[in-house]
Design a protein around this ligand. Structure first.
Ligand SMILES: [Zn+2]
Length: 426
């Protein structure tokens, strides 16, 4: 594990350099067009507040039902957050990861020397409070990669965001934040931790299988799957391609490996609807098929209709095939099982999403592009929501229920069955 000041200084220096160099375009801040670096503006201008595209977001949609179900917490551990950044993100010797770190932090407007953790949360709060009252963000913790015996492997982990940090933020801002635990199922205390997290108000559990060394089809997960089902706490798990360091475990992200959890009665949310990459078709010939096709197969199996959902975070990224978006928009029979999430800070990373390209592909009105691009400079969380509310294919958009996700995370009778916390809050 490397958490050196040297690395942080180098990182901030690089960030400053890119900020200076990356603001391309004409002089004058009102005309400058940004396409690489997030200018991190605050206080939306009147033009945006009056935009018809923003007004349309809330037509038929109650803000109090809008919970963004996929929001990453991040930082560098320069506060008492307990965040730990892995070696690959801390060393210029890993230039690709180093650059990714810079883009994440710029996307989140958190490149503040000595106060990255704090700036990250402040920017999130700034964005959500600029949205109508009732809108909330579900903040993700992120557990360490563990070995097959359930021992943490900090040196193989990209980052670590403690459950307690996410929980405490949700407790400090209950009107705007909810929290999502991350618990490695191989840990000897995994079920205890899950019960504790549920008792402390966690709304879901997040896994990133390849990066964390979690095979959802392994019998090692059985007790955890059973506990998820008993507690009715949903599992949000990444499927499809994953930019992780561990390439030997990439097949863990295969959607078909989630049947064990579903058979155990757990509620499962496939992150990004598995919208990128390929996986082996282990039902048939083990030949590679698009992960999205395997997601679709699972969604169409009648036995999982109650418990299987997809989150639509990241589906608008440039690296997704337009056909994925067209299918998700057209499959009206799936809409009650799609849940909106932003995968923040990705919507703040300008090169990743192109409203103009979506418009050129017939998925977005040309007239919405300028307002959406401007909104992104102020509020990427709002931008992500407004963009997805505006998408349509052959006259079919995502209905309000895709964004009214709160109902899924607050099932009417579930919480009363959770036992009181056996331990006091630490
Ligand atoms: Zn994510």
């Amino acid at each position: 594990m490397i958490r050196t000041r040297f690395s942080r200084r180098r990182f901030l220096k690089t960030a400053a350099l890119l900020t200076t160099a990356g603001a391309f375009g004409a002089a004058g801040c009102h005309t400058r067009k940004y396409f690489l670096v997030n200018p991190c503006r605050a206080a939306m201008p009147a033009r945006l507040a009056e935009s018809p595209w923003l007004a349309r977001v809330w037509q038929g949609l109650d803000p109090a039902q809008v919970w963004d179900c996929h929001v990453h917490l991040a930082g560098v551990g320069d506060s008492d957050s307990g965040i730990v950044l892995g070696a690959q993100f801390s060393s210029p010797m890993n230039p690709l990861f180093y650059a990714r770190r810079w883009f994440y932090m710029n996307g989140a407007c958190a490149s503040v020397a000595g106060a990255v953790d704090k700036a990250y949360v402040e920017r999130l709060l700034e964005q959500v409070t600029a949205m109508p009252g009732g809108v909330k963000l579900m903040l993700f913790a992120f557990d360490y990669c563990h070995d097959d015996a359930g021992r943490p492997l900090p040196e193989e982990s990209a980052f670590y965001i403690p459950d307690d940090y996410a929980r405490d933020l949700a407790a400090a801002y209950p009107e705007r934040f909810e929290w999502v635990a991350s618990i490695h199922p191989y840990r000897p205390d995994a079920v205890d931790r899950l019960e504790r997290a549920a008792a402390q108000g966690a709304r879901a559990v997040k896994w990133l299988p390849a990066a964390q060394n979690i095979d959802p089809a392994s019998s090692r997960c059985a007790a955890f799957h059973a506990a998820l089902a008993r507690l009715r706490i949903p599992l949000i798990t990444h499927c499809g391609a994953e930019k992780a360091m561990r390439t030997e475990t990439l097949y863990y992200s295969n959607p078909l490996r989630l049947r064990r959890a579903l058979e155990a009665g757990a509620r499962v949310i496939i992150a990004h609807c598995a919208s990128a990459g390929d996986d082996a078709d282990i039902d048939r010939d083990s030949k590679p098929r698009s992960s999205f096709e395997l997601f679709a197969r699972l969604m169409d199996e009648p036995e999982w209709r109650e418990n299987l959902c997809g989150d639509i975070s990241a589906i608008v990224l440039r690296n997704r095939k337009p056909q994925v978006l067209k299918t998700l928009l057209s499959r009206r029979d799936w809409h009650s099982r799609l849940l909106n999430g932003s995968d923040y800070p990705l919507p703040g990373i300008l090169p990743l999403i192109s409203p103009a390209a979506l418009a050129a592909g017939g998925l977005l009105p040309e007239t919405a592009v300028a307002d959406l691009e401007l909104l992104r400079e102020y509020n990427p969380v709002y931008f992500d929501l407004a963009l997805k509310r505006t998408l349509s294919w052959q006259g079919q958009g995502f209905p309000a229920e895709v964004f009214a996700t709160r109902r899924f995370f607050t099932p009417p009778s579930a919480w009363s069955r959770i036992p009181a916390s056996p331990r006091p809050l630490s």
